[in-house]
Write a protein that binds this ligand. Structure first.
Ligand code: A3P
Length: 290
């Protein structure tokens, strides 16, 4: 097992094995009933998957275990260092509707998703917390490139030199297309602030109508506390040597504002100035505290 280097696909740095198989990734065609959850890594993908899976199973956690709709390996990560099955294999073994996850920026999402008018949920998280979370993920996921020291990591983040490319381009890309392509654009901070409101928002987007009790149960089952002990959600099903949970657990903190523990005043100033510059063309209502 090794930490894969990054290789550019149409200007976006992706893990080399994905880049090598790019043609089969690009050719993938979903079923119209499939749903896509798209995120920049560490923005709240697993949380949203868990909510959607429970919504589709009327809040029945046992039914989720028996017949999961969620593909927990990003389907386009078609490399599969043993013992992990490839996302594409998992996907092909399931019948639609499937909940597919991807970290690809919008321009690299295969055309079939748009042609088939699949529903797409995008989850965005403020840049600073997203970066802190990604930093720890890069430390514990032995297939990701070495993160190096925090100081240098900030620069890589600002330049878009991490796996899946620029956070700035990612969040802007989906934001600009959200109305035209009927994308439900969610924020991690909103989910933290009022999980019930956001669960209901997702429910409506999926054209479902569940009882108050069921909604309440889904909110409870998808709390950080419960998910941290759920082996399907906490990724302990991916053990060493791929994920080293002793370095940093997958379900790490689950907070808004943890970034204050990482940025020095100088780093903060540099980052904020650069942020202004990179985000000046859009007005996406990110919050770095709630
Ligand atoms: P932290 O590293 O800040 O703790 P992803 O699923 O996209 O990889 O995102 C993982 C991040 O979402 C981690 O952030 C994880 O703790 C957080 N997360 C997962 N489930 C959560 C929940 N139910 N509530 C709050 N945060 C959650």
């Amino acid at each position: 097992l090794c930490r894969f280097p990054l290789k550019s696909v149409r200007g976006v740095p992706l893990m080399e094995p994905i880049a090598q198989k790019w043609d089969s990734v690009w050719a993938f065609c979903p079923d119209p009933s499939d749903l896509l959850i798209a995120t920049y890594p560490k923005a709240g993908t697993t949380w949203t998957q868990e909510i959607v899976d429970l919504l589709l199973h009327n809040g029945d956690a046992e039914a989720c275990k028996r017949a999961p709709t969620v593909v927990r390996i990003p389907f386009l990560e078609i490399y599969s260092p043993p013992p992990i099955p490839s996302g594409l294999d998992l996907l092909n073994a399931m019948s639609p509707p499937r909940v597919i996850k991807t970290h690809l920026p919008i321009q690299l999402v295969p055309e079939g998703f748009w042609e088939n008018k699949c529903k797409v949920i995008y989850v965005a998280r403020n840049a600073k917390d997203n970066m802190v979370s990604y930093y720890h993920f890069d430390r514990m996921n032995m297939t990701q490139p070495e993160p190096g020291p925090w100081e240098g990591y900030i620069h890589k983040f600002m330049k878009g030199e991490l796996g899946w490319g620029s956070w700035y381009d990612h969040v802007k890309g989906y934001w600009e297309e959200r109305e035209r392509r009927n994308i439900l654009y969610l924020f991690y901070e909103d989910m933290k602030e009022n999980p019930r409101r956001e669960v209901e928002r997702i429910m409506r987007y999926l054209d479902l109508s569940l009882s108050d009790d069921v909604i309440e149960r889904i909110v409870e089952l998808t709390s950080f506390k419960v998910m941290k002990d759920n082996p399907m959600a906490n990724y302990t099903f991916i053990p060493k040597p791929v994920f080293d949970h002793s370095i940093s657990p997958f379900m790490r903190k689950g907070e808004v504002g943890d970034w204050v523990n990482y940025f020095s005043p100088t780093q903060l100033q540099l980052f904020d100035e650069d942020y202004e510059r990179q985000m000046k063309t859009v007005n996406i209502p990110f919050r770095t505290k709630i």
